[in-house]
Design a protein around this ligand. Structure first.
Ligand SMILES: Cc1ncc(COP(=O)(O)O)c(C=O)c1O
Length: 442
């Protein structure tokens, strides 16, 4: 007797796999899709149905699934060196990647420290900031500042600088307190106010805090241009410029979390380029390996690096992860950067973005939509009067329309891979409208 493979995989998964960011009981009504394969922007299940990966599989996949160029680089690397520890040893992929990334910052951020996931990169940046101040005789600088609605990951340290109640509240008793300042989210502008006005207001909030207690603050951490996980809250680049000036004036480190917004997502390779500033620490992950392998890193300045450079082992940064600088992941990242160079991806994305924005106009003008917004390769809008289960119903309806999309609360967003063709762009817009209408009609 032939087994229904699809339902078999679902049942086995639900029995043994504890899925992330999921109330498992919801799978009694929300479908679980067993993915058999991926090609380009599409994922395929065991029954041959396909799903356009409109959110790049949690924002990691830049150049499609089974990308031939990244595949070839990985196959070659696999036959050369799969892994070697990075303490006492080094290797070509990690050196080349560090050099290339440094060059992309004009060598301002010339030192890269590696880990595997985004939250670990955030932990590293927080620890490095504190330790650097301590090595410089300022051990009283122990606090961190984050933005309202910020999301920087879910390990204990990263969660302390995250301000999303759904993820944070249950673990409140475990977390170190941090200072929270207002978000420059342009949606909160009062009538007659601009996004730039919001940037000034939010920067004034930072200034108030710095005047009061900069001697106790090690760093402020910001997700530049788009606070993604809180619901694609976008702000004016001016905010970053103003905060950079405040950090310089009050001796506070600036950590920019470009885990989601880096790698071309906002239109420039690094989001902070649009503000003309560099941070003291820049966290990268997700797209840097093309969505292939877990890789994260923190890039920092020479002054920070020098503050650890000593004969004394305890002044060193002794943090480590077993897979630090994994050669396969670094090689995937090098192949990803090569595609950026060879295909002039940032320019090509501007053309794709204009087409998708135009195709989404029926949604932008929809009477049940507010705050339609776009930056680079991120689109979002908020549903008016969405029901509490809007996100789940949208997901379930989207899969019926060949789409992988997961709204955040009542915010529908798209973060597609950079390889959509015209037909896929138009299909994405038309299907999103159809799904939205169906869900809003109940
Ligand atoms: C801005 C930002 N920082 C940190 C993280 C944490 O990354 P990871 O899920 O790889 O730990 C995420 C993940 O979505 C993120 O969006």
């Amino acid at each position: 007797m032939e087994l229904n493979k699809q339902s078999d995989w679902v049942a086995r998964s639900l029995r043994s796999v504890w899925h992330p960011c999921t109330q498992m009981q919801h799978h009694e009504t929300v479908p679980l899709i067993p993915v058999k394969s991926g090609k380009g922007a599409w994922l395929y299940d065991h029954e041959g149905r396909r799903y356009l990966d409109a959110i790049s599989s949690w924002w990691v996949n830049l150049f499609g699934h089974a990308n031939p160029r990244i595949n070839a680089a990985l196959k070659d690397q696999l036959d050369t060196l799969e892994h070697a520890m990075l303490a006492g040893f080094t290797h070509e992929p990690v050196i080349e990647l560090s050099e290339k990334l440094s060059a992309l910052t004009g060598h301002v951020l010339g030192h890269s420290f590696y880990a595997s996931d985004g939250a670990s990169a955030v932990e590293i940046a927080l620890k490095m900031s504190f330790h650097s101040w301590r090595n410089n005789g300022k051990s009283g600088k122990q606090e961190f500042v984050c933005l309202k609605g910020s999301y920087h990951g879910e390990t204990i340290g990263a969660l302390a600088v995250t301000d999303v109640a759904l993820f944070k509240d249950a673990y409140g008793p475990l977390l170190r307190a941090s200072q929270t300042v207002m978000s420059p989210d342009a949606r909160n502008a009062a009538p007659g106010e601009t996004a730039e006005d919001m940037a000034h207001k939010a920067a004034a909030d930072v200034e108030r805090l710095f005047i009061e207690r900069a001697d106790k603050i090690a760093a402020i951490i910001i997700e530049p241009l788009v606070q993604c996980a809180t619901g694609m809250a976008m702000h004016d680049p001016l905010y970053l410029k103003l905060v950079r000036e405040l950090c310089d004036r009050h001796s506070v480190h600036l950590i920019l979390d470009e885990i989601a917004v880096g790698c071309g997502r906002t239109g420039t390779f690094f989001a902070c380029e649009q503000a003309g500033v560099w941070p003291d620490f820049l966290c990268l992950s997700k797209g840097i390996s093309g969505g292939y392998l877990p890789l994260s890193l923190v890039m920092t300045r020479d002054e920070i690096y020098q503050s650890f450079y000593s004969n004394d082992v305890t002044r060193g940064f002794l943090h480590s992860h077993s897979y630090t600088g994994n050669p396969l992941a670094c090689r995937a990242a090098l192949a990803t950067l090569q595609i950026f160079e060879e295909d002039d991806v940032l320019a090509a994305n501007r053309v794709k973005a204009a087409r998708l924005t135009a195709a989404l106009q029926p949604l932008a003008q929809h009477k049940q939509v507010r705050n339609f917004r776009q930056r680079g390769m991120i689109w979002a809008f908020d549903a008016i009067d969405a029901t509490p289960d809007f996100s789940r119903r949208f997901f379930a309806t989207a899969v019926e329309h060949e789409l992988l999309m997961r709204p955040i609360g009542s915010t529908v967003y798209m973060m597609p891979p950079y390889i959509l063709n015209d037909e896929e762009i138009d299909g994405l817009a038309a299907n999103t409208l159809a799904v939205f209408d169906k869900v809003m009609a109940g």
